[in-house]
Design a protein around this ligand. Structure first.
Ligand code: HEM
Length: 408
């Protein structure tokens, strides 16, 4: 089928890569929630798209009928360069690509590395980083909020945490976009970059076995399960997930927040005047511009709420759509930066709920507070804003202007 043909009916033929849907999916969700809460499509190998909060939560609990073994929204292509040490099917990124029982022990092993206390130690580094980035452009009066700022922060934190070379962050960004964004629907590109990531971490893991350091890769190399060290495939897979889950996601959230405040002067002024609003404003950014949609694979034909889902199809965990459901959120399509009741599921729901949420929130808080402290007045500059979508939605080009200031 022609995956790029115009959509005839969003209930039976939706296209998550339609440019208008990427730019603003909310009208489609509003329509579908009314007339067809679980839509379907044959495009991109076939999938189902729920749009109601309670359905998405219920579907996230259907484990293992809806499996996470290949959790991207388009199935992984066969490897072009298969390594016998590594699994041949799906995505090797545990625990996000594992079902229980493997999921349970790998998640438990990682949890201590992401506790609020451990993550708080990254605050001084993050603050310093945000100031250094702003120093680079504050005297020009212009910046690309996505490229010069949002995109620069998460890869450095992940590199810092894993203990990999921070000077290579541009490459890490290219690799992650190669898998999750540009390569998502282009198998050759996705394969190229997943081989690069796998081989990079194979080398890193071999190095830490010889030269232990104070970083997460070393902790994983030294960890045990059932009295045995973890396999190479598991350690490399976890590192792969850290890179892929930690970069595009948070970068998209920081970028969407900057886009919101650059294009909504009344909210920007209010937040600049009252920094006590940061905690609720950040949760509202996460709710309204939730970046991440994950996939599940239907292992055997299964029926949910009268909808029979075919074996092998994907079910899209539409967490962003859930966050706009009027059954759960008052005035869901309005951004209310002091929203008091906000049980959003931007970080997912159920056993795979985001492990990195403390880190993501720290990055959002520090990056936005530092920006507002140094550049309280800013707006969209001329030139188009470009959004990416599909798996992770956020601005990739975001021209911003402000009064040029002397660096301080
Ligand atoms: C605003 C930024 C972020 C958002 C919106 C986000 C969102 C999500 C979502 C929706 C899931 C659930 C996936 C599913 O149900 O299949 C998830 C899982 C996960 N995230 Fe995040 N994430 C963010 C940042 C991060 C960061 C910075 C890290 C750090 C490395 C991270 C690590 C993980 C891990 C390890 C999982 C898998 C947990 C499991 O399978 O048990 N995330 N994330």
């Amino acid at each position: 089928m022609d995956e790029h043909a115009p959509v005839e009916d969003w209930a039976t033929d939706y296209d998550i890569f339609d440019p208008e849907y990427i730019e603003d999916p909310t009208p489609v969700w509003r329509d579908l929630r009314q007339r067809c809460p679980i839509a379907s499509t044959d495009r991109w190998q076939g999938s189902y798209l729920p749009t109601r909060y309670h359905d998405i939560q219920a579907l996230a609990k259907m484990v293992p009928e809806l499996s996470s073994r290949d959790p991207l929204v388009i199935a992984a292509p066969p490897w072009t360069d298969q390594d016998p040490e590594f699994p041949n099917y799906g995505t090797n990124a545990p625990p996000i690509s594992s079902d229980p029982p493997e999921h349970t022990w790998i998640r438990r092993l990682l949890l201590p590395h992401f506790s609020p206390k451990v993550i708080e130690d990254y605050r001084p580094y993050t603050e310093d980083l945000c100031h250094r980035l702003i120093d680079r452009f504050i005297d020009t009066g212009r910046a690309d909020g996505a490229v010069d700022y949002a995109q620069q922060i998460p890869p450095r934190l992940i590199a810092h945490l894993l203990g990999i070379d921070e000077s290579r962050v541009d490459e890490f960004v290219e690799w992650v976009r190669g898998v999750l964004e540009i390569g998502l629907s282009q198998p050759e590109i996705r394969n190229k970059y997943r081989v690069i990531i796998r081989d990079f971490f194979k080398e890193q893991v071999a190095d830490r076995r010889e030269n232990p350091a104070d970083d997460l890769i070393t902790a994983l190399v030294q960890a045990e399960h059932d009295g045995e060290p973890l396999s190479n495939a598991t350690v490399v897979g976890i590192c792969n997930l850290m890179l892929v889950a930690g970069i595009d996601t948070t970068w998209s959230s920081i970028g969407s927040a900057l886009w919101h405040f650059a294009s909504h002067p009344e909210d920007r002024r209010r937040l600049a005047a009252d920094p006590d609003l940061f905690p609720t404003a950040i949760e509202e950014m996460l709710r309204a511009y939730a970046p991440v949609t994950m996939g599940r694979e239907v292992l055997n034909e299964v029926t949910y709420n009268g909808v029979t889902m075919e074996q092998g199809a994907k079910v899209l965990m539409n967490f962003p759509g859930a966050n706009r459901d009027p059954e759960v959120f008052d005035r869901p399509d309005e951004v209310i930066i002091d929203r008091a009741r906000n049980r959003h599921i931007a970080f997912g729901s159920g056993i795979h709920r985001c492990l990195g949420s403390n880190l993501a929130r720290l990055e959002m808080e520090v990056s936005l507070k530092t920006w507002f402290d140094r550049i309280p007045e800013f707006e969209l500059d001329e030139g188009p804003v470009a959004w990416a979508g599909g798996q992770v939605r956020g601005p990739r080009i975001l021209p911003i202007r402000f009064d040029a200031q002397r660096p301080r």
